[in-house]
Ligand binder design. Structure first.
Ligand code: CP3
Length: 345
């Protein structure tokens, strides 16, 4: 029997949505914090297959989600390209190693895949350990979003420096996007070869660009990635997350060829039901992660609204962005139970 998550990604409308949550493994879980304290560095967790496997499985054991997502990070790609990444407590990622912000790295496929070999080993181990029925999702950051970290050297929210670069030197910026497109294809392909059954492309900062830039730096690279990945792995399912794309969500879904779009918190569920699901596009989302901190009837009421609006499918229940660190784990249990009790008919 095909796994529920994969059935939805093939366009099927199920009686209740499969559920998983972005950032379902992480600091809101005590069992994660224990391992994190022992290992010390976040990237060492990502590059140690036994640890990455254990941490991926923690939320599956606790909640019985319908999918596991590989424990890794979008910034392993610049790290493997030679732009060294560190994660600083309470500050986030810091990237070093480009001589200046206009330098574009060379792509050395062997070195890149060699650096990331422990990640693919983790995928193999997770696949073996997963309960039947639970799908394994691999992922990568989309080129635009990874480029914002590479250009600015750290996380941010407005990305003025990267937009200045893209708008003022589109040819040079295009070389960086092309490099990242190629690296992303190799990274996803290797995860799929190791056992990932679906992959998600995280374009967390897609909403920072005006329409022409969005089409050039978000839609076009995603279209290319989907085209090459599907030609190499015809059965793979691909989820796109162009966070903040607003009215361009439908264009992104149609033009990139992804099997589903993950909706951010701001997208209207009513609109998604008619403009996306109504045109055969599977959707994923889009509970506000802050309601998962709040819990109680505020959480229940919004879950019920989403079930009523998107429940006809094809739909995967998820958040509109990742779980917050301060989320009480019992609120996640409350959510899963409510979705599991529901039925369309
Ligand atoms: O459970 C999962 O969802 C799988 C693992 C996963 C992580 N990061 C683990 C992580 C995934 C899919 C990501 C994606 C990711 N990483 C994105 C795209 C999705 C999104 O949230 O927008 C982005 C932008 C990043 C980059 C990143 N990683 C930042 C900015 C930070 C620091 C902020 C923070 O939340 O700590 C990280 C660190 C990170 N990635 C942690 C985890 C569990 C926390 C590390 C720790 O233990 O300190």
């Amino acid at each position: 029997m095909t796994k529920p998550l994969l059935r939805v990604l093939a366009g099927e409308k199920l009686n209740r949505p499969p559920i998983w949550l972005m950032r379902q493994a992480g600091r809101y879980l005590t069992e994660y914090r224990q391992i994190r304290a022992k290992v010390g560095r976040f990237l060492d967790m990502c590059y140690t297959p036994d640890i990455a496997t254990e941490v991926t499985l923690q939320p599956i054991r606790r909640y019985g989600f319908d999918a596991a997502i590989l424990f890794s990070d979008i910034l392993v790609v610049p790290d493997a390209l030679g732009q060294h990444v560190r994660f600083i407590e309470n500050e986030g990622p810091v990237l070093l190693g480009l001589k200046d912000d206009r330098e574009v790295l060379e792509f050395d496929s062997d070195r890149f895949l060699g650096h990331l070999a422990p990640v693919y080993q983790a995928v193999r181990q997770i696949k073996k350990a997963l309960p039947a029925g639970v799908a394994l999702i691999g992922f990568a950051g989309a080129p635009w979003t990874v480029a914002t970290y590479m250009v600015e050297g750290r996380g941010g929210t407005d990305h003025i420096e990267t937009r200045m670069f893209a708008y003022s030197e589109p040819l040079l910026f295009g070389r960086l996007i092309d490099l990242l497109t190629e690296a992303t294809i190799e990274h996803l392909s290797a995860q799929i070869a190791a056992g990932a059954e679906a992959v998600q492309l995280f374009d967390t900062w897609a909403g920072a660009l005006a329409e022409p830039g969005f089409r050039q730096w978000c839609v076009e690279p995603a279209r290319r990635i989907v085209e090459v990945i599907k030609s190499r792995h015809p059965d793979i399912r691909i989820i796109g997350f162009p966070r903040g794309a607003g009215s361009l969500y439908a264009a992104y879904a149609m033009e990139t060829g992804v099997d589903a779009v993950s909706l951010d918190t701001t997208v209207s569920a009513n609109w998604a039901s008619s403009a996306l699901q109504g045109r055969g596009i599977a959707v994923q989302g889009n509970l506000d992660p802050v309601l998962l901190i709040v819990g109680g009837t505020a959480l229940d009421d919004e879950v019920d609204r989403l079930l009523a609006t998107l429940g006809a499918g094809p739909w995967i229940f998820n958040l509109g962005h990742g779980i917050q660190q301060v989320t009480p784990p019992e609120h996640v249990a409350q959510l899963v139970e409510r979705v599991r009790r529901w039925s369309r008919s």
